[in-house]
Design a protein around this ligand. Structure first.
Ligand code: PXP
Length: 249
């Protein structure tokens, strides 16, 4: 039997910016402003990350416009930008030209029952955005719950990827956790059968990540909070290497 390939790791560096903004929100041009998301991206890649992920939010609570420009300049693997479906952010992202974009819910009405993007409900609004991104040569992923109708709508929209929302699994305990894992496994198989490549993420950490091996066809995990948290004690290079080691099957 041939060994399964390792799952790729996209490191979400939003919370590096969260820490900087906690002190320097009012002094964005201060030469003291730290830590640097750009430097974090370089370290994460140096430690083996296969991609860097960041989310430019409407409220700019963590990552700033200048960050994604700076990060794009240094990233050698690929940049995956998360964005809500708003014209303002779309224009900024098109100018930066990341390799991948993951559309995520930003406003309340875009959220499905469990927190993923409501592709079914937002289908018409998402159509032109997906087309515009793809025309610009950017691969599109949709961050969705592992629900059949959301997966089917994502395939119909012509996205290259779905990113399955693992938050419900991460927050559950006992039998509920098994149930959530089963939903992710089925969702992954369903998405693959419809021609979608499958990523996953949200709430994954050093304790629960290996459960993701159960998901068939999984390409990449996007992990942020737990890696940046671990970096506070062991450093970002070691935190990324530890996660990478866990992802070897
Ligand atoms: N994937 C998506 C689409 C997200 O929005 C987030 C959170 O920013 C993550 C993955 C990473 O989640 P966490 O920080 O919990 O690892």
């Amino acid at each position: 039997m041939t060994a399964l390939p390792p799952i790729a790791l996209g490191v979400n560096i939003d919370h590096v910016a969260t820490l900087r903004q906690a002190r320097y929100r009012e002094m964005p041009d201060s030469s003291n402003a730290e830590p640097s998301p750009k430097e974090a991206a370089e370290i994460a890649e140096g430690a083996g990350a296969e991609g860097i992920t960041a989310h430019l939010r409407m409220d700019r609570r963590h990552i700033q416009d200048a960050d994604i420009v700076a990060i794009k300049q240094v990233v050698r693997t690929k940049l995956n930008l998360e964005l809500g479906n708003t014209p303002e952010i779309l224009q900024i992202v098109l100018a930066v030209k990341p390799e991948d974009v993951c559309l995520v819910p930003e406003s309340r009405e875009e959220v499905s029952t469990e927190g993923g993007l409501d592709v079914t409900g937002q289908f018409e609004a998402l159509k032109p955005t997906v087309a515009t991104l793809q025309e610009a040569g950017i691969r599109v992923s949709l961050f969705i719950d592992p629900e059949d109708h959301q997966i089917a709508a994502s395939a119909k929209l012509g996205a290259e990827f779905v990113e399955l929302h693992t938050g419900a699994f991460a927050n559950a305990a006992g039998a509920e956790k098994d149930h959530e894992l089963t939903r992710l496994i089925r969702g992954s198989a369903h998405a693959h059968a419809l021609g979608l490549a499958v990523n996953a993420g949200h709430g994954l950490n050093y304790q629960n990540v290996r459960a993701m091996f159960e998901l068939p066809h999984l390409v990449e995990l996007n992990i942020g909070h737990s890696i940046i948290s671990r970096a506070v004690t062991v450093g970002l290079d070691a935190a990324v290497r530890e996660m990478k080691a866990l992802l070897r099957r």
